[in-house]
Design a protein around this ligand. Structure first.
Ligand code: PHE
Length: 469
């Protein structure tokens, strides 16, 4: 086993900061800016925040470390990592689960990213000026999400962009771009937050976001926070295993995980600090659901001074956050295909080894088909394309974040917590240099008991086998 061999020959991160930025780019996405504020808004603001932070520390950190460790120690992507570490193919199902999860997430994530691009272009062209009030903006949003050709076209735009970045070697494409985009994103968010906090009445929104009403903490809120924590940190689908396999040998897994978590949480908090004060300053309802960003925000941005600049800035940062995530999703598939097709199989080589470029083309083609199917099922253009009465977009979203990602995360926790030590390969998962023994012991206990137990609860709940209040 070599730690330095990366899944695709010739590629690896050349700097520690490059990997941190790329992993933070994967974590920071629509989940932070689009989903987090409205889930927090629906679940009582500050109370949700506390539960969310608890989940991040208790489950997010150990699972992030686990994925990085699997990738770093095996030197392989989601395809070969489990086989490499345990020495047999019994855990290969987890590899396939990762690959399928990334594929299905791409199916719906590119569509929402497409809405962001659509809104960015409209913001640049000043389209929102002619749409006054939330009714007009709701109608506009509905017209965007029901227009089949437009949705397909706008979903292809980020797909092409993502493919163009992943086309290059990891250090030339992903690393270079993340090192520019992530600091830019943070800077833009700080600017936006400063701008919003200067509005009259914004303090009510800040109070709402940070108030702590413990009566709001119900089991359902805890469940929601846990699901959001997995999605937001990109846990349980192999993105961080893949990035971990490109990790420089001297990089510390524990500190890197903490840095990624801090960045991800900071962006989620900043998104809340941008959105809630603005919502209250202009007298809107904080619990507007998924339309918060696409209806309420444009309405607010319209009323601000420097509205053109603020709108462009906001949708640009949304697009940047989304694309750094789609890059990591595509990298999972591309590294998977490369590694699977390049695996030595003795004399009988039945599969032709594929290059990185070929893998990018295959992935893009498959994802395009998924996007088209999702859009057709969503707009009703092909109404028989539904599962149990839900369109494919909703199905992929629910299935991945409620079932597949928790299942993947549980598999990885059991794999590292129970299977590896039993197989006599304990040494392979040795802690980082300098990490205290007590920290490592707690990590293993959490991984063995707490993570699987918590995930079983989420899992049963999402399967509606029992319903929490
Ligand atoms: N973490 C991303 C977000 O918050 C979503 C994502 C999930 C990206 C899984 C990659 C892999 O939006």
């Amino acid at each position: 086993m070599s730690q330095s061999s990366s899944p695709v020959k010739g590629t690896a991160f050349t700097s520690k900061i490059g990997l941190i930025m790329a992993a933070a780019g994967s974590a920071v996405g629509l989940g932070n800016i689009w989903k987090f504020p409205y889930i927090a808004g629906e679940n009582g603001g500050g109370a949700f925040l506390i539960v969310y932070l608890g989940c991040v520390l208790l489950f997010g950190l150990p699972l992030l470390m686990t994925e990085f460790l699997i990738g770093k120690r095996s030197g392989k992507s989601a395809f070969g990592a489990f086989r490499e570490l345990c020495g047999n193919s019994r855990w290969q199902w987890l590899s396939w689960l990762c690959m399928l999860t990334s594929l299905l997430i791409m199916g719906f994530y590119f569509i929402v990213t497409g809405w962001c691009f659509n809104y960015l272009i409209e913001a640049i062209r000043n389209t929102f000026d002619s749409l006054v009030g939330t009714e007009a903006l709701t109608a506009h949003f509905q017209s965007v999400v029901s227009n089949t050709p437009r949705m397909i076209l706008f979903s292809m735009l980020p797909l092409l962009l993502t493919a163009a970045v992943v086309w290059f070697d990891v250090n030339k494409g992903i690393e270079r771009l993340s090192k520019i985009l992530m600091p830019l994103l943070l800077l833009m968010m700080l600017l936006m937050a400063g701008r919003v906090l200067m509005l009259d009445g914004s303090n009510v929104g800040v109070q709402f976001f940070f108030q702590t009403d413990f009566t709001k903490i119900t089991p359902r809120v805890v469940m929601e926070a846990m699901g959001q924590c997995f999605f937001s940190l990109s846990i349980g689908m192999g993105a961080l295993i893949t990035y971990g396999s490109y990790m420089p040998k001297t990089q510390n897994v524990t500190t890197t995980s903490i840095q990624v978590i801090v960045l991800d949480t900071l962006v989620a908090l900043l998104a809340g600090v941008i959105i809630f004060p603005a919502v209250f300053a202009f007298g809107f309802d904080p619990a507007e659901g998924a339309e918060l960003v696409f209806v309420v925000l444009p309405a607010i941005l319209q009323q601000m001074s420097l509205s053109w600049l603020s709108s462009v800035l906001f949708f640009l940062l949304l697009c940047i956050a989304a694309v750094t995530s789609t890059i990591s999703l595509m990298e999972v598939m591309v590294a998977f295909i490369c590694e699977a097709s390049n695996r030595p199989r003795g004399k009988r080589q039945s599969v032709r080894p594929l290059s990185r470029h070929q893998s990018v083309l295959i992935t893009s083609a498959v994802v395009s088909v998924l996007i088209v199917l999702c859009v057709l099922s969503m707009t009703g253009a092909w109404s028989s394309l539904s599962v149990f009465g839900h369109n494919l977009f909703d199905c992929f979203d629910e299935l991945t974040s409620c079932v597949m990602m928790p299942l993947g995360a549980m598999g990885m926790a059991i794999f590292v917590g129970w299977i590896l030590p039993k197989n006599g390969v304990k040494g392979k998962m040795y802690p980082d240099r300098g990490v205290k023994r007590w920290f490592w012991n707690i990590y293993i206990i959490v991984l063995r008991w707490l993570v699987p137990a918590a995930i079983v609860v989420i899992f049963l709940n999402s399967l509606k086998l029992f319903d929490v209040a």
